[in-house]
Ligand binder design. Structure first.
Ligand code: PEP
Ligand code: MN
Length: 348
């Protein structure tokens, strides 16, 4: 990691990048509020070659330091302890900004998605979620509306202005997904689908990466590195519950992941209480706990008529109760010192 001086010029930064690339390593430039850091990422051989370049002596270079963690670009050290903030449409996430992301598990119909979008927008949500491609445990379950579902999400976005978060399961579907998605969701089951991660890395669109059902935080961060390595710096991490011996709920929501990830990475961390809970009653208390724990956002399932939902109905909040829920979450986020991004969206 090459830390530039506060006074370094663009030409000096460019000269360092050029030297790094000349020995076959990849240069990742990260401009912070004060200083620019250049990550030189390669294999064991290029690492040695970069070390031998004597970059310390170049104009504008403050110092060269190794990143000791196995994850490099995701590490908090890489950003000098500064949290990343992403601007997604009118929403902001990360650093001081808290984003409430809400919507149905899956897109079922025009009425369903538009009614949900209007309700969550009205309540101050920052983004709309909804799957058109669904990872289902059973191949006999509903698999999602596919491109038809994407078209409905597009309509919801045009109506409400809400940025769209939607899942990509298969790299072969990336083109239609990119036409609609402001954030590409990679589901828990695909957290270590490394070719898919590299593909969304190359696509350059913000990514919401969900923690695998049995993944450690280090594995989550190493998976993130596959996206960042391709030059895509915008990854949002998501704790959605892990599998433990406890079976009183769908998954065990690991809220300690929030402060611990914040010690390790500069990337925003959101919590999905819905898939951990499996039932509606648990969603509000766990959302409040997540917001109070310092999460940068919550991604939650909402449906106008959960009884009729095609999937995950029992855990969906009702649109009718969503405004009260959003207000409570906003207060909890404020306790943690956050600015609710939905307010920005509403003011815009
Ligand atoms: C989802 O968010 O709709 C989903 C399928 O979540 P997960 O990948 O966390 O199970
Ligand atoms: Mn779901």
């Amino acid at each position: 990691m090459v830390v530039m001086k506060e006074t370094a010029s663009d030409a000096e930064i460019e000269a360092v990048v050029e030297r790094i690339e000349r020995v076959g390593a990849k240069a990742h430039v990260s401009k912070g509020a004060r200083v620019t850091v250049i990550g030189a990422i390669g294999d064991v051989e290029t690492d040695a070659a970069v070390g031998a370049l004597g970059l310390e002596g170049l104009p504008g270079v403050d110092r060269v330091v190794p990143i000791l963690k196995p994850f490099k670009l995701a590490s908090l050290q890489f950003r000098h302890g500064e949290q990343s903030v992403f601007e997604i449409g009118n929403a902001k996430i990360g650093g001081p900004y808290f984003a409430l992301i809400a919507g149905p598990c899956t897109v079922e119909s025009r009425d369903q998605v538009l009614a949900t979008a209007e309700a969550v927008k009205e309540a101050g949500a920052a983004m709309l979620r909804g799957g058109a491609y669904k990872p289902r445990t059973s191949p006999y379950s509903f698999q999602g509306l596919g491109v038809e579902g994407l078209a409905l999400l597009k309509e919801a976005k045009e109506r409400t202005g809400l940025p769209i978060v939607t899942e990509l399961m298969d790299a072969r579907d990336i083109e239609p997904v990119l036409e609609v998605a402001d954030v590409i969701q990679i589901g828990a089951r695909n957290m270590q689908n490394f070719t898919l991660l590299a593909e969304v890395g190359r696509a350059g669109r913000p990514v919401l990466l969900k923690r695998g059902l049995a993944a450690t935080l280090e594995e989550l961060l190493m998976a993130t590195e596959y996206v960042l390595k391709e030059g895509n710096a915008q990854v949002i991490l998501c704790e959605r519950g892990i599998r433990t011996f406890e079976n009183a709920y769908r998954a065990t929501l690991d809220l300690q992941a929030v402060p611990v990830l914040k010690e390790l990475t500069h990337l925003p961390v959101v919590v999905d209480p819905s898939h951990a809970a499996g039932r509606r009653e648990l969603v509000t208390p766990m959302s409040l706990a997540a917001a109070a724990a310092g999460a940068d956002g919550i991604i939650v399932e909402v449906h106008p008529k959960p009884e009729e939902a095609v999937c995950d109905g029992p855990q969906a909040l009702r649109t009718a109760e969503f405004a009260a829920y959003a207000e409570a979450v906003r207060r909890a986020a404020e306790v943690a010192g956050k600015v609710p991004a939905g307010e920005l969206a509403r003011a815009a």
